[in-house]
Write a protein of this length. Structure first.
Lengths: 383, 255
């Protein structure tokens, strides 16, 4: 429900993150050089989880205040259920693709190595593990994280509204414990752990939620002190990451601090990622006011719509990545084809978002002749 | 965690150009009888770093033990017997080239293990063998299972640190390429991580993936339409080519 009070920055940057996720999930993709992970030490996953936490607090905080905690909690869990169903749907599609490929495969040199057979050998175990969110094939790891974060969100949100420190302190403590002890959540098959460690990523989600609480909507970094520091961090991150990328293409170019910094843990949300991400948040919040004209421009509109229909567009993006990967490796990976595959995918995402927006807006329209039948406020941010 | 093209692996455009040239050359003598068409572009045979401990042993004519640790493609089951696997082939070639040292290549392949699981085998399977060189082939299972790329890199780093602490030379071998698996598994980020670990530690990474991709694109080895009983023979040929290229890379690194 795009009203004038709505902060379109959330939609825009979440839409952008979804497009980046689509691009970054296509291996050997030229467009990957133009997403956030090529120029910063974090990637689109942080943007997605942070904005999801922010909008969750914003939307459900409002429902909690107006319709009571019980209904608020029910709405949050309803959303988690929706995500769960979407995840299972994606899992089935992926398993179909992989099983088909593996089963029609006649190359003995890889048969023993294709552990997708983990699924094919023990489907009865694997499918239960998938339903328990313990089996997370590549690319299917972010929704389980989001689901878990939402399931525990009702008490977290209540606590945040009571007193933010009540939630922030234990959340931060848990994050620090993970960084020190490497504590993780076991997954399937044996020895695996959750790709996105929820014990670490909860901190980012809750930080986002704290900033998104309705009464704190006008939060802005104190520009004089925070902004210069944030700019320095963002610039440093840019120089470091960009030097790595150039080094990867042209060996003689030095990769700055590569030995010291790399690998930067994504699963455990390394502090380096967290700090450089929040520096970027501070810079963007300062430089892009929520009423910025470009957010309402026709150019930004498709991206804003993608961000508003985030769940559907996320799922579509993941499927399109797999399809794009398939097309590029099966047929041709020439530059022209790569450009085409990326543009076609982005176009499909934007058109789908436009269609969903139309469909949902029509659904919310008051039905003539029966004013009593007017539907409720719906899900205002589609978070 | 994308990293662009690993330093040891030439960029795709460069490779495509090389392939184009090779295609023209290959167009003429398609039927070179007998000899294995193992050739790869020069870019794939750039070896920068040295194997000092191995060189010392060979110079002194002392016995050499090499441990090949890895997955299914190290065990060589696809070819039918471990004598046809790349480690044994490598031993034969090196023994021919360096007759004054007795050379043993120990096969420590176990299918379907992540880098971390292989690392856990070091104390029992690798260190007690007292090798002077360890060839570590890894990454496939990590990519198939979707292990965190940074965890994969961290396991590699621990393994390298352990081997270096024992004064053992190291060569890393990346994944196998196959057309069909490449359409469903994202190997790229694991390849990049493996090559970057090699880069950070000044190690040679043997670019098996790009070599096999090159052979696949050249139609040198193609499993499509090959009868079941002939597939093992074809696999043995691929292992032989890999062993040959690996031996060449070792020879260059000894110079």
């Amino acid at each position: 429900m795009p009203t004038s009070s709505r902060d379109l920055r959330l939609d825009f940057f979440r839409g952008l993150a979804l497009i980046f996720i689509f691009i970054d999930h296509i291996p050997e993709n030229l467009f990957g050089y133009f997403t956030i992970q090529a120029v910063q030490l974090f990637d689109a996953a942080e943007i997605f989880i942070f904005i999801s936490g922010y909008t969750a607090a914003l939307v459900y905080g409002r429902i909690l205040a107006t319709q009571g905690p019980l209904f608020g909690a029910a709405r949050i869990l309803g959303r988690a259920w929706q995500l769960y169903v979407a995840h299972v749907f994606l899992f089935v599609l992926f398993t179909a693709e992989v099983s088909y490929t593996v089963a029609t495969f006649n190359n003995p040199m890889y048969n023993d190595e294709m552990g997708v057979a983990d699924f094919l050998e023990q489907p009865h175990v694997a499918i239960v593990k998938a339903l328990l969110l313990e089996f997370q094939p590549t690319f299917l790891a972010i929704l389980p994280l989001y689901i878990i974060l939402l399931v525990v969100f009702p008490p977290v949100l209540l606590g945040l509204q009571l007193r933010p420190m009540l939630m922030l302190f234990p959340s931060c403590l848990l994050y620090v414990v993970v960084q020190i002890t490497n504590l993780s959540v076991p997954a399937y098959p044996e020895g695996q752990v959750w790709f996105f460690n929820p014990l670490a990523w909860q901190f980012l989600f809750i930080l986002g939620a704290t900033l998104g609480l309705p009464r704190r909507r006008d939060w802005r970094p104190r520009q004089r002190t925070v902004l210069p520091l944030a700019l320095i961090i963002v610039a440093t991150g840019f120089v470091i990451k960009f030097s790595w990328i150039i080094h990867g293409i042209w060996d003689p170019f030095p990769a700055l601090l590569l030995k010291e910094l790399w690998p930067i843990s994504k699963g455990n949300l390394s502090p380096i990622r967290l700090i450089s991400f929040f520096a970027m948040v501070a810079v963007v919040a300062a430089l892009v006011p929520s009423g910025a004209a470009f957010l309402r421009s026709p150019v930004a509109r498709p991206i804003v719509l993608c961000g508003q229909q985030s769940l559907e567009i996320f799922c579509l993006g993941i499927l399109l990545s797999a399809l794009g990967h398939f097309v590029l490796s099966e047929y041709d990976s020439a530059i022209g084809i790569q450009v085409l595959v990326n543009l076609a995918g982005i176009l499909a995402m934007c058109l789908t978002a436009r269609m969903l927006d139309w469909y949902k807006t029509m659904g919310r329209m008051p039905v003539p002749h029966s004013a009593a039948n007017r539907s409720g406020p719906g899900n205002p941010l589609g978070s | 965690m994308r990293w662009g093209v690993p330093s040891f692996v030439p960029s795709r455009p460069a490779l495509l150009a090389a392939e184009f040239a090779a295609a023209i050359l290959l167009a003429l003598p398609q039927a070179v009888g007998g000899a294995l068409p193992c050739d790869v572009p020069d870019e794939l045979m750039q070896v920068d770093d040295k194997l000092p401990h191995l060189a010392e042993r060979l110079r002194a004519g002392q016995p050499v033990r090499i441990v090949a640790i890895g997955g299914a493609s190290t065990t060589g089951l696809a070819a039918g017997s471990s004598d046809l696997a790349y480690p044994h082939r490598l031993q034969e070639i090196l023994a021919r080239w360096y007759p004054s040292s007795s050379i043993t290549v120990v096969n420590r392949g176990v299918p379907r293990q992540t880098a971390q699981q292989m690392l856990e085998r070091f104390p029992t399977d690798v260190i007690p063998e007292d090798p002077v060189l360890v060839i570590w082939e890894t990454g496939t299972t990590d990519a198939v299972r979707g292990v965190g790329v940074d965890d994969f890199a961290a396991s590699l780093q621990s393994g390298i640190d352990e081997l270096k602490a024992h004064g053992i030379d190291i060569m890393l071998v990346d994944m196998q390429f196959s057309h069909s698996t490449a359409t469903v598994i994202d190997f790229e980020q694991y390849l990049n991580a493996l090559h970057r670990v090699g880069d950070v530690n000044d190690l040679n990474v043997f670019p098996r993936f790009e070599m096999m991709r090159y052979w696949s694109e050249q139609n040198v080895f193609n499993f499509d339409g090959v009868a079941k009983d002939e597939r093992a023979g074809l696999a043995a040929k691929v292992y032989e080519c890999i062993a040959g290229k690996l031996a060449e890379a070792i020879r260059v690194a000894l110079r």
